[in-house]
Design a protein around this ligand. Structure first.
Ligand code: EPU
Length: 441
């Protein structure tokens, strides 16, 4: 297995360029098949989730050509299968966007239940409610979701019971080629919802209101290929902002949309961090101590749930008691137990975690419990004295492109090491005994 070895204590300095948004990319790639034509997608992040969703298209009969590390061309003219394989679907959450995309193009789809990070139950009832409102029959057997709209899809009003990014996207995908008008009420407003709407419109769709809580989609009978560049990744940018703040560094983040960062910038400024905004870059620097603050995660434009673990890493050394109230997921604090191994003073009660700032963190062996929890381990390891060993890094690599290269570029000392699969004891989470290479002595 591969692990990250982080030598903490460096103040990050320099500049980092953010890649394309993961959660936009994993919706836009499936959306491309609605054109039945050739689409060129630019500013894609080089992450494993993009690889997997591209492989799904290939498995269904599309041609996916890599033009460069951040550009692909999708030719879906001959895509002819509507059944996604178990193996690929279970690798990621966004495989369920194939439901909306295949239903929209062919009127039927069979997609296994998706994988992705575990934050408690992750229901898909709102997606199914939307598909049914548009006239599809839904079924679930042996872990496979099936959709059929024998008489075609018809526009309808879909009032969502919870604000769901995934359901909003899936209903948009299904509705763009349905007959008539679809109205999604209580729609999610995240930047990647707007990005998807812009991409769909560039292929000839008629989607209005994305970015507000009412999205109106007038179905069109035909769509066409397009060239489209994905927005910068809000969460990747936010993660580096917090890494700069936590290490007392000074970094400039390039290829960022400052407007998307407002809720994160506001909290960091409250903590004593200085932030300068430019057109498409931001400078983050801290010279004084970090101050405690309280964060409640909410759907956009609130503070993003995907930033709370990274924020926890910064709170761990902030003067006073900070708190995070998780307003989106039932259980997103698994990472806290790992942070404690580095000396973080934290207490979790239900959806609230409290962090009492400590003077310093000390390196140890930890694991990435999920994608953003893994990012929190990296930030905490950058602050910690000595070496930190982070395992299960595949979670991190699902969503952060060239994380090591980018951090090393601003002065971090991190490398990726391969250790035998049985290197860690399941019981202790540490190497059995001590040897010269493990570094735990
Ligand atoms: N929900 C339902 N029923 C549904 C769908 C959602 O009750 O049918 C509930 C969920 O249980 C949750 C809330 O609604 O409590 C919000 O879930 P949402 O559907 O918005 O989440 P998602 O679409 O599954 C996406 C991102 C997540 C991010 C959330 C919230 C992707 C691929 N995933 O998940 O990103 O946390 O929105 O912003 O876009 C990440 O990138 O690390 C990540 C986990």
């Amino acid at each position: 297995m591969d692990i990250f070895v982080v030598q903490g204590g460096q103040k990050l300095k320099g500049s980092i360029t953010v890649g394309g948004a993961k959660n936009a990319a994993v919706a836009i790639i499936p959306a491309a098949i609605l054109s039945g034509d050739i689409c060129r997608i630019e500013n894609l992040p080089t992450i494993s989730d993009v690889e997997v969703i591209s492989k799904i298209l290939v498995q269904l009969g599309a041609k996916v050509k890599r033009i460069s590390s951040s550009v692909i061309e999708i030719d879906s003219r001959e895509l002819n299968s509507t059944q996604v394989s178990q193996e690929l679907a279970r690798n990621m959450r966004a495989s369920y966007y194939m439901l909306g995309a295949l239903l929209g193009r062919f009127g039927h789809a069979r997609v296994p239940m998706p994988g992705g990070c575990y934050f408690g139950v992750r229901p898909i009832d709102q997606h199914l409610k939307g598909f049914e409102a548009l006239g599809a029959k839904t079924g679930l057997r042996d872990g496979i979701i099936s959709l059929t709209a024998k008489d075609g899809l018809k526009g309808a009003c879909v009032p969502l019971d919870v604000v769901s990014v995934g359901a909003t996207i899936n209903i948009m995908l299904a509705a763009v080629r349905a007959k008539g008008l679809t109205v999604i009420e209580h729609a999610a407003k995240e930047p990647h919802i707007v990005d998807l709407a812009n991409f769909l419109n560039s292929m000839g769709a008629d989607v209005r209101g994305a970015g507000t809580d009412v999205i109106k989609i007038r179905g069109v009978s035909k769509m066409h290929g397009a060239t489209y560049s994905i927005i910068p990744d809000q969460i990747e940018a936010g993660t580096y902002m917090i890494a700069a703040a936590a290490t007392g560094g000074d970094i400039t983040i390039k290829n960022v949309t400052p407007k998307h960062m407002e809720s994160i910038s506001k909290k960091l400024m409250e903590m004593g961090v200085e932030i300068y905004e430019y057109d498409d870059s931001m400078r983050i620097t801290r010279s004084g101590p970090l101050k405690a603050c309280n964060v409640t995660t909410m759907p956009h434009p609130g503070f993003p749930t995907d930033m709370q673990p990274q924020m926890a890493a910064a709170m761990s050394i902030a003067k006073g008691v900070s708190s995070i109230t998780e307003g989106v997921w039932e259980n997103r604090f698994q990472y806290v137990e790992e942070l404690k191994k580095l000396g973080v003073n934290a207490e979790v009660q239900g959806r609230v975690a409290k962090f009492t700032g400590v003077e310093k963190l000390i390196g140890n062996h930890v694991k990435a419990t999920d994608l953003r929890g893994g990012a929190a381990m990296v930030i905490a390891a950058l602050i910690a004295e000595g070496e930190t060993y982070i395992r299960e890094i595949y979670h991190i690599e699902r969503g952060y492109e060239q994380l090591i290269d980018k951090l090393v570029g601003v002065g971090a000392v991190i490398d990726r090491r391969t250790v035998p699969d049985d290197f860690y004891s399941e019981k202790t989470g540490k190497p059995d005994g001590c040897n010269a290479d493990c570094g735990c002595n």
